[in-house]
Write a protein that binds this ligand. Sequence first.
Ligand code: SF4
Length: 358
Amino acid sequence: MDRSFYMGLAAASLAGQELGLITCGRILADETLQLLPLLDAAYEVRKSFHGNKVRIHILNNAQNGHCPEDCHYCAQAKTSKADIEEYGLKPDQEMLAEARQAYAKGASCYCMVFAGREASQSRLDRLTRVIGQIKQEFPGKEVCVSTGFVTPNGAQQLKQAGLDRLNHNLNTSQENYPNICTTHTYADRLNTLLAARQAGIKLCSGMIVGMGENNAGIIDVARQLRALKAESIPVNLLVPIEGNALSADPNLTPEFSLRVLCLFRFLNPQAEIRVAAGRELHLRSMEVMALYPANSLFLQGYLNAKGADNAKTLRMIQDAGFEVHGDIEEIQVSPDQSPALKNLHELRPAYSAAKTGQ
Ligand code: SF4
């Protein structure tokens, strides 16, 4: 395929055109479309709206476990046998202290995540208090919460408290939803997003790739998020946790994962696209390539799974010529260490084995 095809994808995306289903399918699966030119075209789009900046998000499990839902990918689900640390809602002061730490580490958005089906009135009242305190102390920083289903009234209350973003992932396609959860539906999820949108809260919503969906399902979710004009789109790659119902998807190769990110970028040119959970596991040595379509990532791991070391992630960003959006006060990227020198056993293994009789 010649270069004009790839640049045509970028031009169409930048012009606000929605790529057709056939083209979307080709981006994911057509082997005649090469990965590097695809990434280059996606980067053209990313660069137009986000330059070379990388936004950093830090998640905080404001409460862990005790969830009555049965999302098959989640270690906090009632059906999961994963060995996680369960605890109830953290006190306000603990959440505030963790917000201060997150912003000091360069986070432009602090995300508080609550397990559970929905935001009860008492939780909404707690959130109103905590969000108000954070926004008073850090008026220029964003706050996001993930608190299950939210009604139109609940969304209004959160907006008035100063909430910037509501996270509520679509997770998977409508068709695949019954295979990943039986306690709620795709339509339930969509309704919460519509309530938040109506209240004027920015939407953070994405998917988890690798949960048995087909390529058409990935395209459906990317197009649905385009229709919703989601401002922030986390693209997670399933992290299989021992004890959860869902296991690893062998088709989730580094190349396929990168193609998915390119698709999301072409369909959602202005959105903040986050290479989210699973980047270390599934992208492996190609991890940095994700920053060509994506312009944001999580630091400090995910909900219950650890991620890469913070300094390693920041070095990766810098080495590839990207810049962290905002200031980093607390974590400094350490200078290169001198490499350790090889010993005789590594330099002359046969000689060394003969000498020691091993
Ligand atoms: S994803 Fe959310 S709603 Fe589903 S089981 Fe986990 S904590 Fe509960």
